[in-house]
Structure formats: structure tokens, C-alpha cells
Design a protein around this ligand. Sequence first.
Ligand code: NAD
Length: 498
Amino acid sequence: MTKTVNHWIGGRTVEGTSGQYGPVTDPATGAVTTQVALASVAEVDAAVAAAKAAYTTWGTSSLAQRTTVLFRYRALLDAHRDEIAALITAEHGKVHSDALGEVARGLEIVELACGITTQLKGELSTQVSNRVDVSSIRQSLGVVAGITPFNFPAMVPMWMFPLAIACGNTFVLKPSEKDPSAANLLAELASEAGLPDGVLNVVHGDKIAVDALLDHPDVAAVSFVGSTPIARYIHATASANGKRVQALGGAKNHMLVLPDADLDAAADAAVSAAYGSAGERCMAISAVVAVGAIGDELVARIRERAEKIKIGPGNDPTSEMGPLITAAHRDKVASYVTGAAAQGAEVVLDGTGHTVEGFEDGHWIGLSLLDKVSTDSDAYKDEIFGPVLCVLRVESYEDGVALMNASPFGNGTAIFTRDGGAARRFQMEIQAGMVGVNVPIPVPVGYHSFGGWKDSLFGDHHIYGNDGVHFYTRGKVTTTRWPDPADAPAGVDLGFPR
Ligand code: NAD
């Protein structure tokens, strides 16, 4: 073990005092490289206290002051892209190019936050009644907490804190304990950009730290991204404690392929979206629904492409797919593949038992492709979160949409077709929060919001974009009457104002 990741509180590194540490593993070698401090309730209290103290000045800082810091932060992040991506690869395992993509998508939200002046302009209606004007403004909430998953250790935190602090809040981030280092670098760079101490704090930890944030009376709102069972728990607990909550959960994203689709384009997209980041993306395509007679041909083309993917350590530029996050997760993913045939699927590609020469202790698994998967099988029903693609076959567009809408998840979805009318109908009928038309992973750009439906999101607000600004602010409407100096007094009127 070479390194300890500590907390970042009040603008400096704070060593853990709970005596509890979690192991951080390099998924490519299986070696524990780092220990991460796990916060006690008292350490969470210290982070919230630092954020609360910083809010007294940051909450009233000028927009110019905030955007000056954010523009500097954007430049620093840009200069440190490689360093952030290398930390992601070392602890998550994804290939470096993919980690760079993650940083780029996180940077988008910092860029959005640089333009917060436009988003916070408010509204004014003049002369709504005689001499009466009405203005609407949005004000910050106070201390906001963010709890984030392992699969995007930089991007998902960046979905949250840049907008939250641009809106005038202060922030306590609790990153995934599986890959904690990127979060600290993000916080250090914010400090270097001039963010005042205490505006952005990072506490590492597990359920103890999360529960301390959910119970803390000084935390006004909670943004969560992670698995569905925990998202449901976070939403219920934080809401019961009177907090504003957005809790984004897991997914099972379907791609509907109509008979008129360009099958090569569909196969390229299916392979990229199912196996990219070893399937550890909440927007990964994990179920392809083939309509009509194209099933055999589509499966053949997916197989041909999947067989060529090079698996290896994320820091090897020739690798296209890295390992899974932990050995336990790898074994769980493998169990879906080994159990699939007994539940009626045809196992076209079996990635279990894969190893990489020289890295035998890494958390490897190859690409798996399951055909003719039934909707009551475990491989279909569960979010596997690994490189396993299920193919389902249906007779018609209507059958495909009915199958997809029966899923309890509703995160991302896609249709592949050359028929604009069918695509438009799909956009209207499908029950999911993000739709791709010939785009397999329709992650919205920063200025549109990201969020799913059904069990993929608990709460009312999607994340970032306009919804993000709304989530991190609350509205205030002022009705003003300034009588003209020449007016006679209005007099008493007990009627309800009309
Ligand atoms: P996870 O739910 O296990 O963990 C997420 C966070 O919750 C972590 O910070 C973790 O420490 C904390 N946590 C875990 N168990 C807890 C408990 N019992 N009580 C309180 N806190 C707890 O998720 P993960 O495995 O880190 O990430 C993968 C999951 O996240 C997948 O399901 C994926 O689909 C989902 N995800 C969703 C989105 C989205 O935008 N909808 C984006 C990324 C990931």
C-alpha cells in the first residue's frame, strides 16, 4: 500500500480520525494500492460545519466573483485532463481515452456554470395591476450534499457541485469509496482556482457518512447518483428529514432495432454502447430488441464486432475495454452468463473465465452476448452492470415498445431506423427520460438536463441543465406597489386582492 486518501475540509487535507479505512484496488492488477479514510459522524459534522461557515460569505458573493473562480477552474481542469483521467483509470479500470471522455463531459457542466449569470437573471412583470410590479428571483439553499457512484468518479461529482456552487450554495461531496482519488484532485484544483475555503468539501466514507449527511439538520438538499435500491433509500430518508432530494438510480437501457435500420450502424452502436467501459455505465445498452426477421443477421454482426475488442489494462493505449471494478462484481456478472442457458438464452459469446497475460489477478471478464433472452430471466430483469448484452426478439414495433415500457427502469433508450415517422412515434410513446434516435447513448449535453423515469430517478428534478439550476435554488416572488406621488391614498379594502 503506497497511498492514503484523506478528506478535504475547509480548503485543506484533513486526515481521517475514525481509525476506519477502506481498500482501493487497481482493477487491472487486483492489488490494493491505496487506503481511503472512512468518515465518522463527527468528521461529517466537521465538513458540514465548514460548508455552513463558508456559506455566510459565499451565499452573498457577487455573480462576478463566482464566475471569475469558475472560469479559472475551467482552465485548470482543462490543463489537468490527463492527470484526472489517469487517476480514474488507476482506480476504476476504464481505458484512458474513455476516462478523458468522462472528464470532458464533466467539464461541460463547469462551462455551463460559468454562464450562471444568464441562468439566474430572474423575471419581471411590470404593471400587473395599477402601479404593481412582480419579480421572481431564485436564491441558493445553503449547504448541499452530493453522494456519487464508482462508475464516473469525476464526471458525476461534476454534474453536481459546479452548478450548486455557481448558484451560491456550499457543498459536501461524498464520493464512492471504491475510487476516491479523482474527487480530491477536483477539490484541490477548485481551491487553486480561488474557491474560498469550505465552499467545496470532500468527505470519504461508507453508509455511516451517507447517513450522517441524510440526518444532518444543516444539509438543505441531497443529490444522489447510484443504484436503484440505494437511490430509493436516499430519497425516502432525506425527504423524511425535510430535505430536497434528487436520487438517480440504475437502469436497463433498451435499443429497438427496426427492420429498415442500417444493420451495420446498429451493430456498431450496440457493441460500443454495451461494452464501452466494460458495461459499467448507467447509460449502457444492455438489451437489444430486434424487430421482425433481422434477429439472426443483427446478432451475427454484433458478434463479429464484439470478438475483435481488445481487453487489457486501461493505461495500455491499445486496450479498448478494461477490467471490472472488483473481483466480487466480476463474479456476480459472470453468474448471469453461466445461468443464462438454463433460463432459455442462447449463449453466443461467453466472456467468463477471461484473463489477460501478465495481469492474471485483474478483475477480467470478456464480452458476453446472449440471444433469445426471455423477459423473465435474471439476465434480463437485473441491471448486470458488466459487458453482457441481451438480445430479445419481437414481431412488431408495438411489441417492442410494450416490452420496453414494461421495464421498471426508464433511464436511456434508443431506436435505430431510417423511418422518421416511426422514430417520432417512438419518441412520444417510450417511457424513458432520455431517447436516442440512431444514437445509442443519448447522454444530454450540459445545457439540457439528464435524468430517467420510473425506478431510474426518485424526485422531481433531473440533474444539471435548467433542472440543475432549479434544484439548487428556490424561488421567491416579490409583488411591489409604488404609488405615483400624485395618487390619492388607496383606502381600506377587505376584499381578496384581484
Ligand atoms: P451504489 O448505489 O452502490 O453507491 C452509490 C453511493 O452510495 C456510493 O457513494 C456509496 O458509498 C453509497 N452507498 C452504497 N451503499 C449504501 C447504503 N447502504 N447506504 C447509504 N449509502 C450507500 O452504486 P455504485 O455501485 O457505486 O454505482 C453503480 C450504480 O450507479 C449502477 O446501478 C448505475 O446504474 C448507477 N448510476 C446511475 C446513474 C444515473 O445517472 N442514473 C449514473 C451513474 C451510475
